[in-house]
Design a binder for this molecule. Structure first.
Ligand SMILES: NC(=O)c1ccc[n+]([C@@H]2O[C@H](COP(=O)([O-])OP(=O)(O)OC[C@H]3O[C@@H](n4cnc5c(N)ncnc54)[C@H](OP(=O)(O)O)[C@@H]3O)[C@@H](O)[C@H]2O)c1
Length: 267
């Protein structure tokens, strides 16, 4: 496969940010899209936009943190298209709170369900179809899945879980024709920062990031699609992220300081 034309792509977290950019790019390349998010209105608008770009698009309202929704989603995708070529796990939500300031630790469970378990359940359900198509699994994780970041304990844990899951699955799938790609973005300009859950359990409302300094959702989407096409194993979107991987071996406390500084500088 050297293009997405005619390929069935199940894309979670399609309604905003990186997912929306992915959906529009894939639509322009003639993919058959199964677009997934909770917000039905935004999903319907996006489905129309993708159709106008020439794609065949089906919106399936799904909360990936609910296992029954995940089953229904894969059933709906197979009922409509009869195959799944790419399963792109992009849905996610975040936090912005030190643990000792967090008023309700239930957030830790919610992040795990959305960012890790949803991807795991969907993959389990779609595996026979992916084996039949010798397809691709793409997991949008995060740099926080490779290193600790302050204010992100629960988020980082969920992304570490995601990476552990997909690294293990890749080994199990050796020889099956199914590839597993992990993309670990650094900060990206999207809705996730203003929607991040603060210490009081509510979304922050405005982004604390220096948005002009960070990668755009469009740029990140291009990196993700390239990783999918090339069946790349792990893609880290920033130079500092790639350097960090080496520093973890020789100077891990320096990595801690760099992570703390990135949060202080908000970029
Ligand atoms: N932006 C960054 O700095 C950054 C950095 C590293 C990694 N990432 C990762 O990139 C991915 C995309 O994030 P983004 O930055 O584009 O965030 P975003 O703009 O907030 O978009 C998140 C998307 O996920 C969907 N979503 C959230 N919870 C869901 C659920 N329970 N079930 C189904 N869909 C759900 C949202 O739609 P609904 O609310 O309508 O459901 C939305 O479409 C995430 O996995 C995130 O962790 C982002």
């Amino acid at each position: 496969m050297d293009s997405f034309k005619g390929k069935v792509v199940v894309l979670t977290g399609a309604s905003e940010g990186i997912g929306r950019a992915l959906a529009l790019k894939l639509a322009g390349r003639g993919a058959c899209l199964v677009l997934v998010a909770r917000n039905a209105e935004r999903l319907a608008t996006l489905t129309d936009e993708c159709t106008a770009l020439g794609a065949t698009a089906l919106g399936v309202r799904t909360d990936v943190s609910r296992r029954e929704d995940c089953s229904a989603l894969i059933d709906a995708a197979l009922a409509r298209f009869g195959a799944i070529d790419v399963l792109l796990h992009n849905a996610g939500s975040s936090m912005w709170s030190r643990l000792d300031e967090l008023q309700d630790p239930g957030l830790l469970e919610r992040l795990m369900r959305t960012n890790y378990l949803g991807a795991a359940w969907l993959t389990w359900q779609a595996l026979p179809a992916l084996k039949a198509s010798r397809g691709r699994i793409v997991a949008v994780a995060s740099l926080t899945g490779l290193a600790g970041v302050p204010t992100r304990t629960g988020y980082s844990a969920s992304k570490h879980a995601m990476i552990g899951f997909f690294d293990s699955l890749r080994i199990e799938l050796a020889g099956s024709g199914v590839s597993v790609s992990i993309v670990a973005p650094d900060f990206v300009r999207s809705e996730i920062h203003r929607r991040a859950i603060g210490p009081d359990g509510r979304p922050l409302g405005t982004s604390p990031m220096r948005e002009a300094k960070i990668m755009t959702a469009d740029e990140c989407a291009a990196v993700i699609l390239n990783a999918a096409l090339r069946r790349r194993r792990l893609v880290i979107t920033s130079l500092r992220g790639r350097v960090m991987r080496w520093l973890q071996l020789i100077a891990p406390s320096l990595v801690d300081r760099l992570a703390a500084r990135a949060i202080r500088r908000r970029s």
